[in-house]
Design a protein around this ligand. Structure first.
Ligand code: ZN
Length: 144
């Protein structure tokens, strides 16, 4: 299993590339990300955290880990709260930092088979989605 990159590794603070073709290599990355999430009981993971500078995230949604390729926050509700979060790439998830998050969001993208997906999420799930999408912009919880 690949190791999780740790801040301040520059690959974590670089914006990721959008995925042009969804193929077996993308599905392989997704499988690996799911395994890491299960292993670490994580709420989610972004591909740059395992050294893949691509717009791919995996987020816990209900009982499963869903993959979203090229995720976009297509709608956010204006209400913002300060949410305490950890990140597996910041001190191996041992520190908690407060981050401003929207309580409800809609995220669109593609699944690992290239099928369009849309998730409306609130609280817990909404924060995880925003956290992982931030990773794709090279933004970590240490940036506030
Ligand atoms: Zn993180």
């Amino acid at each position: 299993m690949r190791e999780i990159l740790q801040y301040p590794d520059h690959r974590l603070t670089t914006a990721a590339w959008s995925v042009k073709t969804i193929d077996e290599s993308v599905r392989q990355i997704v499988d690996e990300m799911r395994e890491i999430c299960i292993e670490h009981h994580a709420l989610g993971l972004a591909a740059p955290q395992i050294g893949e500078t691509k717009c791919i995230i995996v987020v816990k949604y209900g009982a499963e880990y869903v993959a979203i390729v090229n995720p976009e926050l297509s709608r956010v509700w204006p209400k913002v709260i300060d949410h305490p979060e950890r990140c597996l790439s910041v001190e191996h998830g041992q520190v908690v930092l407060s981050v401003k998050r929207h309580k409800i969001v809609v995220v669109t993208g593609l699944d690992e088979n290239g099928k369009p997906v849309k998730y409306k999420a609130q609280e817990f799930y909404a924060y995880a989605l925003q956290h992982e999408i931030d990773h794709l912009k090279g933004k970590l919880i240490v940036s506030g």
